[in-house]
Every structure is written in C-alpha cells, then in structure tokens.
Design a protein around this ligand. Structure first.
Ligand SMILES: [Zn+2]
Length: 233
C-alpha cells in the first residue's frame, strides 16, 4: 500500500476541512431567560461568585415594582415572596442574555407582555434615577458586560464615544460617510457600532429603530431628518 506524500495529505485534509456546508450563523432571537439553577451551574454564576455578594443591595426595578428587583452588582431577580405556609422564598436570579454589542439584557414580564431590557439601564434607573434628557448609560471600565453600579453613570453621547476610543477600540478612518451620505464623525457616531470597532451612522441607527416601529416610511427622509437634528442644523 502506498501512502500519499505529506504535502498531498495536507492538501487533501485542507480540501476536506473547507468543504463543510455553507451554514449562515444567525443570532438567536427572542431567547427567554431561564431561571438560575443554583450556584456553579453556569459560567456566569461561577464568574460572579468571585465577586463579594454579601453587601449586595437590591431595589425594585422601576416600572416592575413588586415583581422584579435589581442589585448594585448588576443582577436581576424575581421579588422574594412567601409561599402558602408563610416561608420566605428567595427570588430567583435571572440569567440574562448577552446582546451582540456585549451588553447584558433580561426579559421581564409584566401583565402578560415580555420586555427585553438592558441591565445597566435598570441598575442606573433604580439606584441613580431616570436617564436625564439626552444622556446615555456609560461604563467606566469600557466593559459592556460589567453592569455593577460602581461601573456605571449617566453621561453625554460625546463622552460615551470618547470613552470607547480611550478604551482602545480604534475606529477605522477609511469610511467617511454612510451609504446615505451622512458624515461619520462626532457627534454622528453610533456608540453600539463603535464598541464593535467600526463607524456606524447614528442618524441611520436612530432612523432604523423608528422605521421599525412605524410602517410605510421613507428611510432616507427619516435618516436625513435625524442627521440634521444630530448635527444641530
Ligand atoms: Zn447614515
């Protein structure tokens, strides 16, 4: 029996490895939170257990009082309640879902409807107060998954973008305009895109969110209006 020479074998192997079916990866949508199964059953719990939780403070989630609570360590749980025998049951901590830009989100239910919300916003709203007009939630250490109160504050959009650049997420400078002709420069930079390392058009991202809610709108017209507003025209 004649064995193929090593280079031939490598080529055959490379062919084999490249011929997998072309499957497009899709971000799963609408994943519901599963209840925390207890200590050390998932990586999130394991990682969090390194943080001292003995002084963890809990406050009601604004808008979900009596149903959910959020902590200064960025955890969300169902409100502790008593069972029929009067025993106090601890609230189950929600596991949360990591959003594509790295932020943690949780699904909260209220009156039969599910609400998919950013954990960092729940923390700031409960412990600091509602988001001041025109402000955004900022992460001091640049880690979007760190939703502890000590790491968060409300700040301006300009601060958010300069933080992202300061935290080493370099923005490519070759692209100067979005495909609708909006200049990709401060203040028209989408923070979520900047975190992923590219320049995203803030006007278009706001227009996408708006058009998503209302049918039959002209995207170009709406995004131009947002652009004018952002640039202070
Ligand atoms: Zn644009």
């Amino acid at each position: 029996m004649v064995l193929p020479s090593l280079p031939r074998l490598q080529i055959a192997l490379a062919d084999l490895l490249c011929q997998g079916p072309a499957v497009e990866w899709k971000q799963p949508r609408g994943v519901l939170p599963t209840l925390d199964p207890g200590p050390n059953r998932n990586t999130l719990t394991r990682r969090r257990s390194a943080v001292d939780q003995s002084n963890e403070r809990w406050l009601p989630v604004v808008g979900f009082e009596g149903v959910y609570e959020v902590s200064d360590l960025g955890r969300v749980r169902g409100v502790p309640r008593a069972n029929s025998r009067g025993d106090r049951l601890p609230g189950k901590v929600l596991r949360g879902v990591r959003h594509s830009a790295g932020y943690m989100k949780v699904h909260l239910r209220r009156e039969g409807r599910s609400h998919n919300l950013y954990v960092h916003r729940l923390v700031l709203t409960a412990f600091v107060g509602p988001c001041p007009l025109g402000m955004e939630a900022l992460h001091r250490d640049g880690d979007p998954a760190n939703g502890s109160l000590a790491n968060l504050h409300w700040g301006t959009h300009a601060e958010n973008v300069s933080d992202i650049i300061r935290h080493g997420r370099h923005l490519p400078t070759l692209v100067t305009h979005c495909k609708f002709g909006h200049r990709l420069a401060e203040p028209n930079i989408a923070a979520a895109a900047a975190r992923r390392g590219h320049r995203g058009c803030l006007a278009c991202s706001r227009a996408r969110a708006y058009v998503y809610q209302v049918d039959g709108l002209d995207f170009k017209q709406i995004s131009d209006r947002y652009y004018a507003e952002i640039m202070g025209a």
